[in-house]
Design a protein around this ligand. Structure first.
Ligand SMILES: Nc1nc2c(c(=O)[nH]1)N[C@H]1C(S)=C(S)[C@@H](COP(=O)(O)O)O[C@H]1N2
Ligand SMILES: [Mo]
Length: 158
């Protein structure tokens, strides 16, 4: 029986409510300022340890958003902006603008392409995402990151 191909990503598209839709392949990511995580336990909500890594290398998620630039009807609308990070298998996690730009979470939210000095292979998803300041890192660790889509939450209409 043939093996299923692993889900993998070689390019991340930033779209949605942005001024300039942008796609970043590995070369484009590697040209941006890099950030290293330091040692990290990747733990799921259940407490199960998925892996221990001595270091991931990547670029800040907010750096990609800065390049694409949010498209805001009113300046204050950043307060209701959020980003969906989506994987090749449909796995989706969310970051709010405030988390990324107004809390320490943003400093540790990285689009990653290397672990422990080795490129993330196709069997490990290629390009991924990790949020190192989360309490349980495995959940917002996205394998095979394909899309970052910016949205604006609907105001209440009051
Ligand atoms: N693309 C993708 N990423 C994912 C998931 C998934 O189903 N698909 N599951 C998450 C959960 S719940 C866990 S525990 C970890 C498992 O890590 P691993 O798939 O890198 O081993 O991946 C996270 N990232
Ligand atoms: Mo998990």
């Amino acid at each position: 029986m043939p093996c299923a191909a692993p889900i993998t990503s070689r390019e991340v598209v930033v779209s949605g409510t942005v001024k300039r839709r942008h796609s970043f392949d590995l070369c484009a990511l590697m040209r941006l300022p890099t950030q290293l995580t330091g040692p990290l336990d990747v733990v799921c909500l259940s407490g199960r340890k998925v892996r221990t890594a001595s270091e991931y290398k990547g670029v800040r998620l907010s750096a990609l958003l800065d390049i694409a630039q949010l498209r805001l009807p009113h300046a204050r609308d950043f307060a209701r902006a959020y980003v969906l990070a989506q994987a090749a298998d449909g796995y989706t996690v969310m970051f709010s603008w405030h988390e990324l730009y107004n809390t320490p979470i943003g400093v540790g939210a990285l689009v990653v392409y290397e672990r422990d000095g080795q490129p993330l292979g196709d069997d490990e998803g290629g390009i991924g995402l990790i949020s190192t300041c989360d309490l349980r890192v495995a959940l917002r660790q996205v394998r095979a990151l394909k899309r970052l889509t910016v949205h604006l939450a609907e105001p209440s209409g009051l």
